[in-house]
Design a protein around this ligand. Structure first.
Ligand code: ADP
Ligand code: MG
Length: 346
């Protein structure tokens, strides 16, 4: 197959996406495919080449994630402050591929916009479609749907940073609570709040990623993440940060202990598996996804969110879970690519 791996973009999770994308491209090339890693915002100048000539069987992509969320202003500047979010050549090159492997994180890759564009153009792509992407990306909408569908999710309040006051939080969910942007990932802009005095700063941090927030009751317990692939639940992974919570730095600087398969009872496994399949159905997910939970001391399982585009380096959570189920990284990438290949067929 000729596969475009689509990554980068203007999301705060840009670096995470490029690392995943580079490794996915290498793994797919290792299985005999021709690949091209494409930054959706920066695009590619074809300079007299046909799109087909860009695909290679020996890609050399190397990226890393620093401690800091990337400087998006610098990327914008480098591109002449272009406002259009899809760069030069992107559509042409994606049209030339058999399938586009979406390795984006956040923003247009995760909120359904790129999926809707590809649907219209009949470009085949991997993972959840536009509607499911939107439902899962908006934490308020997804929590409403999960609650309606009987999946426990922590109490929360929808917060408008332009109109609401912190009292709204204190009078509803109370403390301790977790302040989050409505539609971000990688724990970007997420804060844990114990004291009322910490609220203002947490709200203004989260507001840097969008006007609306979700403020949730903080649940104390063990954190797990559960992958679903081709209708099958993968072995859950337990996440234990060495200090603090599972924030951006703990996620990507190796500061978290990850145990897979998690040491849980058969009953807890069943609960996680049933819940995950239900979440998959309620949010209209497709192909693969990863769902985050906290298990409290009373055995209550609380769903935090569903990720339609989970991290996809070999060390990321879902690939570790796949490995525990006997599916090595290259095979996992291939399975996901093939799921995209049958899109629009039925
Ligand atoms: N209600 C909560 N109670 C306790 N911890 C939480 C809660 N919500 C989020 N967290 C912590 O914050 C992290 C990020 O939250 P999450 O909702 O998964 O957002 P993101 O989309 O950024 O991954 C979680 O992995 C967990 O460690
Ligand atoms: Mg999460």
């Amino acid at each position: 197959m000729n596969i475009v791996v689509l990554a980068g973009g203007l999301s705060p999770e840009r670096d995470v996406s490029l690392v995943s994308g580079g490794l996915i491209a290498r793994a797919l090339a290792g299985r005999g495919h021709k690949v091209f890693l494409l930054d959706v915002y920066e695009g590619v100048s074809l300079e007299g080449k046909t799109p087909a000539e860009l695909f290679t069987d020996s890609p050399e992509y190397i990226f890393s994630i620093t401690h800091e969320v990337p400087d998006l202003e610098e990327i914008r500047r480098r591109n002449g402050y272009r406002r259009e979010l899809v760069g030069e050549g992107v559509i042409e090159v994606c049209r030339a591929a058999d399938v586009v492997f979406i390795a984006l994180h956040g923003d247009m890759g995760e909120n359904g916009q790129i999926q809707a564009l590809f649907d219209i153009l009949r470009i085949k792509y991997t993972g959840t479609g536009y509607a499911g992407s939107l439902l899962a990306m908006d934490k308020d909408i997804s929590k409403r749907l999960l609650r309606l569908g009987g999946v426990p999710t922590p109490d929360w309040v929808y917060y408008d940073t332009k109109a609401d006051r912190p009292e709204k939080i204190l009078e509803t969910v109370g403390l301790p609570c977790v302040v989050k942007p409505l539609a971000c990932g990688s724990s970007v802009g997420v804060s844990m709040i114990e004291e009322p005095g910490e609220l203002e700063a947490a709200i203004s941090l989260a507001a840097g990623y969008g006007r609306y927030l979700v403020v949730e009751k903080k649940i104390t317990g063990r954190e797990f993440s559960v992958g679903v692939l081709d209708g099958r639940v993968l072995p859950p992974i337990e996440i234990i940060p060495k200090s603090g919570f599972y924030d951006y730095v703990n996620k990507y600087q190796g500061l978290t202990e990850e145990i897979c398969p998690a040491n849980i009872t058969e009953a807890d496994f069943r609960k996680m598996a049933d819940c995950s399949l239900r979440v998959f159905e309620i949010l209209r997910l497709y192909g693969y996804a990863r769902i985050d939970y906290i298990l409290d001391a009373d055995g209550g399982l609380w769903c935090l969110e569903a990720n339609t585009l989970p991290g996809m380096t070999p060390y990321s959570l879902l690939p570790q879970e796949a490995a525990a189920a006997g599916i090595e990284y290259g095979e996992l990438c291939e399975i996901i690519a093939r799921q995209g290949l049958v899109r629009f067929d039925n």
